[in-house]
Design a protein around this ligand. Structure first.
Ligand SMILES: [Fe+2]
Length: 274
């Protein structure tokens, strides 16, 4: 078999790479799996074009990285036998946008390792996704701030999903969806450290007054979204993004919330942050 030759074009000096030469509609060999896993560790988020995948093929890409996660609340294609495929759809009647910086599902004890997101219905303009490198944001801090933050833990809560949940889901959320994670997380594969608080789910630092915690979080949220730590992806139908949820955050650009946009996400189970 011919060795895999991927063409990798970095989006910025910090993170993100667009990859050509991978076709996920064909069976994936071990060479391609290995190349994609290594590229993701290096670039933190990968982008692909023209991947017209079936639900099974989409799940197969996710499974290169591990077992698939089922979201506690978000709508999915479960009626077609694919509860692992989360559907994020925004339409003129029901705008839905994740417009705050976050990494996914950090309110669980073992937050997801990463996700594979595919563009299904993409408007002519608007709704780009911006990603930020939490390792770059951490490395840009002073030694003193790095040391201080490394001594802290923060509470995360999934309460934002309570409005979307039905009664049974709400009972589950109340029970399980609060957890504590280190404020600085060490990546289990690269050993790089990164900031691990986010404005969607982090409530406060443990052992601090709320006013102290709020001030420090405000500083960190402004810092981690500095444009130098980001890259921005313009979607097309059948574009696909794979990100490492352990060392990045993302948000959508809500410049046209009334456009019809549908993306589908497969998420990979992760481990406990340390
Ligand atoms: Fe997200």
């Amino acid at each position: 078999m011919k060795p895999i030759e991927l063409h990798v074009e970095k989006l910025t000096a910090t993170l993100g790479a667009e990859i050509q030469g991978a076709d996920f509609t064909a069976p994936m060999g071990p060479d391609l799996e290995k190349a994609i896993r290594e590229a993701l560790l290096e670039h933190q988020v990968l982008f692909f074009r023209d991947q017209d995948l079936s639900p099974e093929q989409h799940k197969t890409v996710g499974r290169c990285f591990g077992e698939l996660h089922v979201h506690p609340v978000l709508p999915s294609r479960k009626d077609e036998g694919h509860p692992e495929i989360v559907v994020l759809e925004s339409s003129p009647k029901a705008p839905f946008v994740a417009e705050v910086w976050h990494s996914d599902v950090t309110f669980e004890r073992k937050p997801p390792r990463g996700s594979v997101l595919r563009g299904v219905i993409i408007p002519d303009q608007g709704g780009d996704t911006v990603f930020a490198s939490m390792t770059a944001a951490y490395e840009a801090l002073s030694d003193s701030m790095q040391r201080f933050l490394s001594s802290l833990e923060a509470e995360h809560d999934g309460g934002v999903f309570r409005q979307l949940a039905d009664d049974a889901q709400r009972a589950e959320l109340a029970k399980d969806q609060t957890t504590t994670h280190p404020a600085i997380r060490t990546h289990p594969e690269t050993s790089r450290k990164g900031i691990y608080v986010n404005s969607a789910f982090t409530k406060r630092f443990v052992g601090m007054k709320q006013s102290e915690s709020d001030a420090l979080l405000r500083f960190l949220y402004a810092h981690l979204s500095s444009i130098e730590f980001t890259c921005r992806f313009r979607w097309r139908t059948n574009s696909m993004a794979i990100w490492d949820n352990r060392c990045t955050q993302h948000r959508v650009v809500s410049d046209d919330v009334r456009a019809h946009r549908r993306v589908e996400r497969v998420t990979i189970v992760g481990d406990e942050p340390f």
